[in-house]
Design a binder for this molecule. Sequence first.
Ligand SMILES: [Zn+2]
Length: 438
Amino acid sequence: MNPLRPPLRFRLWSAAFVVGALLPLRATAAEPAVGQPLPRGERGMLDIHTINTGTGDAAFFILPDGTTLLLDAGAVNRTGERDPNYDAPQRPDRSQRPGQAIVAYIRRVHPEGAAGALDYAALTHFHGDHMGTLLPDSPASKSGAYQLTGITDVGDAIRIRTLLDRDWPDYNYPAPSGGAMMLNYRAFLKWQAYHQGLQVARFEAGRADQIVLRKSPREFPQFEVRNIAANARVWTGTGTTARSRYPAGVLPNENNCSLAFRLTYGAFAYFNGGDMAGHLTPTAAAWTDLESAVAWVTGPVDVHDLNHHGTPDGANTFFLSVLQPRVHILSTYASSQPGPDLLRRLLSEKIYPGPRDVFMTNTHWPGRREHMVKLYGEKEAAWLVEQFGKIASTQGHVVVRVAPGGSSYRVTVVDDRKPDGAVQSVHGPYQARGAVGR
Ligand SMILES: [Zn+2]
């Protein structure tokens, strides 16, 4: 035996160590790691980035063939006038408008790089926290044809090929939309259509051909976006027909006009319903519960973007018992969101059994607790704070990344305090449930 040669046992351990050190390099090429930037997704994956600006909703989708979709571009309130106790701080900071922060985010993660266009943009409904509040000092676009806020800020910087909303081209349902925010939006559509070739279309409940893969649809036949609702008309589940949830002559409010859709990719399913309501006060008219009608045709999903940010009228018991989400994403931006009763519903195993993870885009900021006490009382505020300590995440961009083919997915939380924030936490992998009867 060569006395200089290390014992066999040691040599085997050394070999195992080297192999062990190399393996993760191969396996983690596109896997997120805490403290590192989020790696780019790959072809065949589905990315859903819930972008946190602290001022409303924005979600950027990278579909399996690289088709891109931006859902909403919220920018609520004027920075200087926001109530620091009630409103979440703007992210990443106040040096740029929320629309500019959304643009910067998209440019960082777009599969075609910073020059990539948006194949689709869609607005769930016409409220400032989804499309951008128009302020007297919102700057004019270079052309001077419209002012920059929310969706117009995004569309001014990034070419949008097709824009879907709930009421093009008339903008008169349930009432004529003559406000300054809508006039500015319509001036934006007109200019972009004439100068940039923007196509605008009305999102229609029941259809499954309005958001499609634009690049290689045949390669991913197991992908679909089904329009579930718009203007309080809900898909019947048969063909592409839809019917109104409201009696003739009764008009829905803006929140209940929200678009809703179900995105499926193989066994994976995701639901987003804007700000529609479902949990009613005892004296409310039954048809204002839109969620129950929507739930029955949506079926079980893996990931659910909570309706209406965590306001008490979202996520009724029946809706949750049918959708049974494994993952809830809460686009919260006010200290009232979520209320204690709503959070109890989301967590209740009497509504549906099994584990579920809750991700909030905003939670802790100075003055919030004080305001929660004002809204819900000391005891309920303390309960909420205790729950915030237990749920999966309470602050940051929430990125759902679905594996090629849709069999499993991970949820990654990304630091929202810097434009290129690092991964804060990684959750999963979760198995997509491939819901029976969907
Ligand atoms: Zn909203």
